[in-house]
Write a protein that binds this ligand. Sequence first.
Ligand SMILES: [Cu+2]
Length: 126
Amino acid sequence: MFVIRVLATAALATLSLGSAQAQPAAPVQVINLASYSFSPAPIVLHAGIPVTLQFVNRAGKGHDFTAKLFFRSARILAGSVEGGEIELRPGQTANVTLIPAAGRYNVRCSHAFHNMLGMHTTILVQ
Ligand SMILES: [Cu+2]
């Protein structure tokens, strides 16, 4: 029984490796959310180059990454962006792969008072 389980796990691992390799690899840019800041700040990206944004909420409360114009201007390749924002529960991580368009964009957390408390920055795509 143990052997079968090990073989099944190995087969699954091979399958998931295979599908990961089928995707074009994009460099990962980690974006940390904390109470009440984003880092890095500003967020600097290369125009026209695919990138995976990995949003990590390191706080013990919910935050979001709201950048409507940035997401509207970009070409989203993978991941879910609803209404120009990424909502993150405490400790949650979310990935979005996109091709950013050149420009300067505002980012904020839309939760009540968080922007006022300093939770905003800029995305520079150049
Ligand atoms: Cu917030």
